[in-house]
Design a protein around this ligand. Structure first.
Ligand SMILES: [Zn+2]
Length: 82
């Protein structure tokens, strides 16, 4: 069987999907095959679509924790607003 060779993003090395719909289809297939839920997001570097295992909201929150949002850190006890 012939499989097309997926293109990968030079920045994050993930497989690039030309459209969100294409990526979404892969999400479904992966779920059927492996029972793994993936999320689609648009890459800020290549502008294409990638899949991630992380919930984008979680992912973003983690990024904020990692890279920090200096200035108004102290009063934010609950993550009420995003
Ligand atoms: Zn990318």
């Amino acid at each position: 069987m012939y499989f097309f060779e997926p293109k990968r993003c030079q920045e994050c090395n993930k497989i690039m999907y030309a459209s969100a719909a294409q990526a979404q289809r892969e999400v479904k297939e992966t779920y059927w095959k492996r029972g793994v839920t993936l999320f689609v997001y648009q890459c800020k570097w290549c502008g294409k679509w990638h899949l991630t295992k992380h919930d984008p909201h979680e992912y973003r929150r983690r990024n904020e924790m990692l890279f920090g949002k200096k200035g108004k850190g102290k009063k934010k006890s609950r993550a009420g607003r995003i």
